[in-house]
Design a protein around this ligand. Structure first.
Ligand code: SAH
Ligand code: SF4
Length: 393
C-alpha cells in the first residue's frame, strides 16, 4: 500500500499535472541571493559571521540554534537581541530542501523526495527499527556509475550534492521526526548510512564536510561509529575517508570473481577485487569491534552459488568483517530476479560456518520503492543547449 502524506507545509500533491504545475512555478521563482548558513563547517561559519563584524562567541550560539534546535528562522533565536536577529535575517538564510512528496510505508519507513534550489531532486529514506532509527542519505543526483542491478545507475549523474544539501536531508528528517533538541536520549534518528543515490567517494569533499557538521558534539552530535559510508569501490579515496572521517565503511562487493563483478559493478574494471580488498585491509582503525561491512546483493543464478559463498569467505580472510546479504529489490525494467529464500539461506550458512555474522537484510519500504537500490529521481541532466537556454532566461 502506498500512502502519500501531506504533513509538511511545503508538500505538494504527487499527481502528475499538479506536480508539473508546481515544477513550472518553481522554475519561475525568484532566487534567494542571501548566502546560506546551513552546510558551513564551524570555521567557515565563524568566518562569515566575522565578516559582518560579529565576535567569535556568536558562532557557537548560532551553531546551537541551527543544529541543536533546528531553527530555520532567525526570529526564533531568542538568545540573540532582536536587532541582531533582524540583521542576520537580512544578510543570511537557513536553507532546507523542499519536500516534494513524503511517502510512508506500512512498515514505518518514510521516503522523502526532496527538491533543491535549482530544481534537482534526490531521495532520503528513514528506516525505524526496534533499537535504532537509520537515515539513508543521498550524495549525488543520479550516479556516474552504472551498476546493472541498481535503479540509480540508470539515471545519469546530474550533479554532486553540496554540503548544505547533504546536511539538509538530515535536517528535513529531524524536522519531520520532531527530533529537536538533538543529541538527547531516546532520539528517533540514531544512525546515518550514505547508501542513497550516488557514489559518496566521488563527492568526497562535500560528503566529508556534511558529516563533520553532523558529527559535531554541539549540534546533531551523531558519532562516527553511527555513520556508515558505502562505496562501490573507489579505491584511491578509501584511505582518505578513513583518515579524515573515521566512519564505518561498507563495500558493495556483490561478486567473487572479476568477470562477474566487471559486469555487476563496472568500476571493478578500474579497481579489481584484489586491489579493493588490499585497500580494505589498510582501512584505518579496523578491529573486531569495528569491522568493514561487505554488501552482497543476492541475484538468482548470477552470484548465489555455494561456490560463491566459499570464495567470498576466502577472499576476505583476515579482514575484520561483517557480511550483509541483500535480497535483490526489483524496480521497473530490472533484468534480475532475487535468489530464492532457500538459496539465500544456504549461502548464509556457509558464511556463518566460516565465522562471519551474515544477517540477511530485511527489505524495508518496498511498497514505496524505498529499499536498497530502488531510489531514482526524475532529474535529468540538461543538454548543453537546454542549459544555455535556461541560463539565458
Ligand atoms: N553508491 C554506493 C552507495 C549507494 S547503493 C554503493 O554502491 O555502495 C547502497 C547499496 O544498495 C549498495 O550496496 C548497492 O549495491 C545496493 N543496491 C543497489 N541496487 C540494489 C537493488 N536493486 N537491490 C538490492 N540492493 C541494491
Ligand atoms: Fe551508483 Fe551505488 Fe547504484 Fe552502483 S550501486 S549505480 S555506485 S548508486
Amino acid at each position: 500500500m502506498l500512502r502519500t502524506m501531506s504533513t509538511a507545509p511545503d508538500t505538494v500533491p504527487a499527481s502528475a499535472p499538479e506536480a508539473r504545475a508546481e515544477l513550472l512555478a518553481f522554475a519561475g521563482r525568484p532566487v534567494d541571493a542571501r548566502p546560506d548558513l546551513l552546510g558551513l563547517e564551524r570555521d567557515a561559519l565563524a568566518a562569515v559571521l566575522d565578516g559582518i563584524g560579529l565576535p567569535a562567541f556568536r558562532t557557537g550560539q548560532i551553531w546551537h540554534w541551527l543544529y541543536h534546535r533546528g531553527a530555520t528562522d532567525f526570529q526564533t533565536m531568542t538568545t540573540l537581541a532582536k536587532p541582531l536577529r533582524a540583521r542576520l535575517a537580512e544578510t543570511f538564510r537557513i536553507s532546507r530542501p523542499s519536500v516534494v512528496t513524503r511517502q510512508d510505508s506500512i512498515d514505518g519507513t518514510i521516503k522523502w523526495l526532496l527538491r533543491f534550489a535549482d530544481g534537482n531532486e534526490a531521495e532520503a529514506v528513514f528506516i525505524p527499527e526496534e533499537d535504532r532509527g537509520t537515515l539513508c542519505v543521498s550524495s549525488q543526483v543520479g550516479c556516474t556509475l552504472t551498476c546493472s542491478f541498481c535503479h540509480t545507475g540508470t539515471q545519469r549523474l546530474v550533479r554532486n550534492l553540496t554540503s548544505a544539501e547533504i546536511v539538509g536531508q538530515v535536517m528535513v528528517a529531524l524536522d519531520h521526526l520532531g527530533a529537536y533538541p538533538t543529541g538527547g536520549p531516546n532520539r528517533p534518528l540514531t544512525n546515518i548510512v550514505l547508501m542513497g543515490m550516488g557514489e559518496p567517494l566521488y563527492n568526497f569533499d562535500n560528503v566529508a564536510s556534511a558529516m563533520r557538521i553532523i558529527m559535531d558534539g554541539e549540534g546533531v552530535a551523531l558519532s562516527k561509529r553511527r555513520i556508515t559510508l558505502s562505496t562501490s569501490g573507489v579505491v584511491p579515496m578509501m584511505a582518505q575517508c578513513g583518515a579524515d572521517l573515521g566512519v564505518n565503511l561498507a563495500i558493495s562487493l556483490h561478486a567473487t570473481t572479476d568477470t562477474v563483478r566487471d559486469d555487476l559493478v563496472p568500476i571493478n574494471r578500474k579497481w579489481p577485487i584484489a586491489e579493493l580488498l588490499d585497500a580494505c585491509r589498510r582501512y584505518p582503525g579496523l578491529n573486531n569491534a569495528r569491522r568493514i561491512t561487505f554488501e552482497y546483493v543476492m541475484l538468482a543464478g548470477v552470484n548465489d552459488a555455494p561456490a560463491d559463498a566459499r570464495r567470498l569467505v576466502a577472499l576476505i580472510e583476515g579482514i575484520p568483517a561483517k557480511i550483509n546479504l541483500i535480497p535483490f529489490n526489483p524496480w521497473p525494467g530490472s533484468k534480475y530476479v532475487c535468489s530464492d529464500p532457500d538459496t539465500i539461506e544456504r549461502f548464509a550458512q556457509i558464511v556463518l560456518a566460516a565465522g562471519y555474522a551474515s544477517p540477511v537484510r530485511t527489505p524495508r519500504g518496498r511498497d514505496i520503492l524505498a529499499a536498497c537500490g530502488q531510489l531514482k529521481s526524475e532529474s535529468a541532466k540538461l543538454t548543453r543547449r537546454e542549459a544555455r537556454s535556461v541560463a539565458a532566461e
